[in-house]
Write a protein that binds this ligand. Structure first.
Ligand code: FES
Length: 106
């Protein structure tokens, strides 16, 4: 099963197996990674699942205009590799994805 390594704001690394078709936000929340909130449940309307993608960035689908707009409301600095974790759905070819969780989600 593909894995995602979450680099948490405190520097801890959490490696989680994520089923294909599951968002990296949902996988983080279900594994107790509290630095990802996912307040809206994954409908791209809260920006509390902000991550910085540290690998495979070029393989991800481009941001939708809605995702881009929501990132504008993110609590942490938005960088070129910023994404909403709820909009990143695991695929087989993304195995070993690495994301750094944004330091502030509220
Ligand atoms: Fe709300 Fe991702 S969970 S925008």
């Amino acid at each position: 099963m593909p894995t995602v390594t979450y680099i948490c704001p405190d520097g801890e690394l959490e490696e989680v197996e994520v089923p294909v078709g599951t968002s990296i936000m949902k996988a983080a929340v279900s594994h107790g990674i509290e630095s990802i909130v996912g307040d809206c449940g994954g409908s791209a309307s809260c920006a509390t699942c902000h991550v910085y993608v540290e690998s495979h960035l070029e393989m991800l689908p481009p941001k939708t205009s809605n995702e881009d707009e929501m990132l504008g409301d993110a609590a942490s600095e938005v960088l070129p590799n910023s994404r909403l974790g709820c909009q990143l759905v695991m695929r087989d070819d993304l195995a070993s994805l690495v994301v750094r969780v944004a330091p502030e989600q509220w």
